[in-house]
Ligand binder design. Structure first.
Ligand code: GRF
Length: 217
């Protein structure tokens, strides 16, 4: 069974969507641990109530980003995950961290990448006047919000949208596509191509959890 470690910083609704998908028999994974960089992340209680091991690594207690990421890596690796899932984890990760988990580190971003990387995506989408907005699941690479795209979902932007109404419409789609992407990973169907895309392989009953990362020359 594919083992996940989930990293959160806040409410954890995307994490909960994964729980629901497992409960519905739609996601063949097990949750090894949920780790937060914030002691007050609401998602910690949600995970603990499910009986999942939780841990807090408070980034403010570390001298710098590298020290925090080194400690976080050591903690994650204790659980020997097949996939590390960023679910609202509000930290920029060091190259060392991202390289260590190459091909097994995945993120969900609330915009149709490459449009609107970074923060405040819904406000920026409204300010830009786009008619479509959405969300993206992608493998994580050192440059923030740039890695190989697994799946996207688009929603219309309505004339009377506020950042809040737009965020809610996008979030409903996040809760659909994150379990779908992780299911594909668990089925061993995601192949990162040499050009930095993701190819979805046909479903094979004997597939094992893996992600093929091209060798670097
Ligand atoms: C989501 O919008 C996600 O796309 C972004 O952070 C938010 C986390 O929400 N990375 P939640 O904690 O999963 O509810």
């Amino acid at each position: 069974m594919t083992r996940l470690v989930i990293l959160i910083s806040g409410r954890g609704s995307n994490m909960e969507a994964l729980f629901h998908a497992v409960d519905a028999g739609a996601l063949p994974v097990e949750f090894a641990a949920v780790i937060s960089n914030r002691t007050n992340a609401a998602g910690l209680a949600t995970a603990a109530a499910r009986g999942i091991t939780t841990a807090v690594f408070d980034h403010t207690a570390f001298p710098d980003r590298a020290a925090f990421d080194t400690a976080l890596m050591a903690e994650i690796d204790r659980y020997a995950p097949d996939l590390v899932v960023l679910a609202g984890f509000m930290r920029v990760l060091t190259d060392a961290f991202v390289t260590h988990y190459a091909g097994r580190l995945i993120n969900i971003h609330p915009a149709l990448l490459p449009a609107f990387p970074g923060l405040h995506t819904h406000e920026r989408a409204l300010a830009a006047g786009v008619k479509l907005h959405g969300c993206t699941v992608h493998f994580v690479t050192p440059e923030v919000d740039v890695g190989p795209i697994v799946i996207q979902a688009a929603v219309p932007v309505l004339d009377d949208d506020t950042p809040e109404t737009l965020a809610a419409r996008v979030l409903a789609q996040e809760h659909q596509i994150y379990p779908q992407a992780i299911r594909w990973f668990a089925e061993g169907r995601l192949q990162i191509t040499p050009t930095g895309g993701v190819r979805l392989q046909p479903n094979r009953p004997s597939a094992v959890a893996s992600c093929v990362v091209p060798a670097l020359d």
